[in-house]
Design a protein around this ligand. Structure first.
Ligand code: NDP
Length: 461
């Protein structure tokens, strides 16, 4: 086997072990490093390809890529990671698009039908992933309105564009030399990416990102066939399959179908902040509490389960939360973190933030493992989580979150909720948990409340 093939086999093994390692927070960092080494080996191997004419442009590309990506990876905050990922997908897809165009431009006069079909599919997927991912990034970053942009007959228009692309692809296979077909297909695919994302709200973008991840992987696999490059077929297939599985898992955890995400225009897209002017829900009073009262409750507790959510990420409260949890542990209070699969706005959002704050992995518990424990727990401390604690998911058939598995916070002996107001979460619905007998609302920014709890703890205990 040649040096290049050896490099490719080694990098494929590293990619597979890397992806496998991502399934646990304990091994995820190592998995990322292994995959990065795998990519480096694949790149080095490719540099030995005898067909390389000049290294000038390769070096220019390497320098540009490094100069652009280094500051992004160093300075983009955790709350902006979804749009950063979308931008990476756009970059990869654009590269795939350019390669497809170059291949067609060079060989179209002698291209067999099969190869024309492969290049056609490749540029189609790459072009729609490119514009679609740019739209996702713009919506998430607030450069475009985050709300679903809908007009009458939108689904029909999208369907017509899609059918037109398929027809053009078939014509291209039958007439590989007809360049107009190729460039028309390419233009429509760019347009389709925009049309596809327009009706989807910003809050659903993580599922769309995972879907585009899958399309990007497919592009890469098809490109591998086009260039007869085995490592690209392997990485593309891995990427495509893992992106697809991730989208399915996220939809399952939200109890929604992919069709509903793509065409359902579900959910509130921007959580507005307001003061708790009238602390009531459905005209039922809610109980509020002050920092000192919360501290008094904690002083009597033996066990606490912390439930982090999107609000913890927004307020960057994870470090203060860990500090408070450490104080409780020092007083021999059992502390566990309950992690809902879709808490936050991207898969693993809570795990990543809590790892950043050095919360031990052994303190994190998946929903199914922790749910039976709530009933025996003295205090459930909810930090910026809302939908993932809403009991309506169990009983209210008309609720948009009906059927979504939730954390059994309402079963805990006492519940303390840190949030700024009675505003709903992502789904836009009210939470019955807040009017239950044992629930107390500690209004305020989560980071401020937790910092005050830590401070009060030092002074009063
Ligand atoms: P939610 O969006 O339901 O609620 C977040 C809560 O945080 C709000 O009620 C808000 O209340 C509060 N909050 C916001 N800012 C602050 C702050 N600075 N300090 C304190 N509280 C704050 O979050 P959950 O994590 O419970 O649920 C996630 C939702 O996102 C689910 O509906 C899920 O389906 C959805 N989703 C998740 C995805 C994923 O992959 N994780 C992907 C797509 C959707 P207030 O404004 O009153 O402070």
């Amino acid at each position: 086997m040649s040096l290049i093939q050896n490099c490719y086999v080694l990098s494929a093994i590293l990619f597979i072990i890397g992806i496998k390692s991502l399934s646990s927070p304990e091994t995820a960092k190592r998995g990322m490093r292994l995959a990065a080494v795998g990519m480096l080996i694949a790149i080095i191997g490719t540099l030995f390809n005898p067909h390389i004419v000049t290294y000038k442009w390769i070096i220019a590309g390497l320098v540009t890529g490094t100069v652009l990506s280094l500051p992004i990876s160093l300075w983009v905050p955790m709350t902006h990671i979804p749009q950063r990922i979308a931008l990476s997908h756009a970059g990869g897809a654009f590269a795939g698009c350019l390669i497809g165009i170059a291949e067609y431009y060079r060989y179209h006069l002698s291209l067999p039908s099969l190869n024309a079909g492969i290049i056609g599919i490749e540029v189609m997927l790459a072009a729609l992933t490119f514009t679609g991912s740019l739209m996702v990034a713009a919506k998430l970053h607030g450069l475009l309105p985050g709300r679903p942009m809908i007009y009458k007959g939108q689904n029909s228009v999208n369907m017509v564009v899609f059918i037109l692309m398929v027809v053009l692809l078939i014509y291209l296979i039958l007439n590989p030399t007809l360049t107009i077909l190729f460039y028309f297909l390419l233009s429509l695919a760019f347009l389709f990416g925009v049309f596809l994302v327009t009706p989807i709200g910003a809050a659903d973008m993580p599922v769309v990102i995972a879907l585009f991840n899958s399309y990007g992987g497919l592009t890469s696999a098809v490109m591998g066939f086009m260039l007869a490059n085995r490592i690209q077929i392997i990485t593309g297939a891995l990427d495509g399959a893992s992106g697809f599985i991730l989208s399915m898992l996220m939809c399952k955890a939200m109890n929604r179908s992919v069709t509903n995400v793509l065409f359902g225009a579900f959910g509130k897209t921007q959580v507005t902040s307001s003061k708790p002017s009238s602390p009531s829900l459905h005209d039922k009073p809610v109980k509020t509490m002050m920092i000192e009262e919360a501290l008094a409750l904690f002083a009597q507790a033996k066990s606490v389960i912390i439930v982090p959510g999107y609000g913890m990420a927004v307020s960057q409260a994870h470090h203060a939360l860990r500090e408070f949890a450490d104080k409780l542990k020092n007083k021999h209070i059992s502390v566990k973190y309950a992690i809902h699969p879709v808490a936050g706005r991207m898969p693993g959002h809570m795990n990543v933030l809590l790892a950043e704050a050095n919360v031990p992995y052994t303190d994190l518990f998946d929903m199914d493992d922790i749910n039976p424990e709530f009933a025996h727990t003295d205090i459930a401390l909810v930090v910026g989580a809302n939908d993932v604690t809403n009991p309506a998911a169990r009983q209210a058939k008309s609720s948009p979150i009906y059927g979504m598995p939730i954390l059994n916070v309402d079963k805990a002996k006492k519940v303390i909720v840190c949030k700024r107001s009675l505003n709903p979460g992502f789904s836009g619905i009210e939470n019955e948990l807040y009017v239950q007998e044992q629930t107390f609302l500690l209004f305020g920014d989560a980071k401020e409340s937790l910092t005050q709890l830590v401070y009060g703890f030092k002074n009063s205990w």
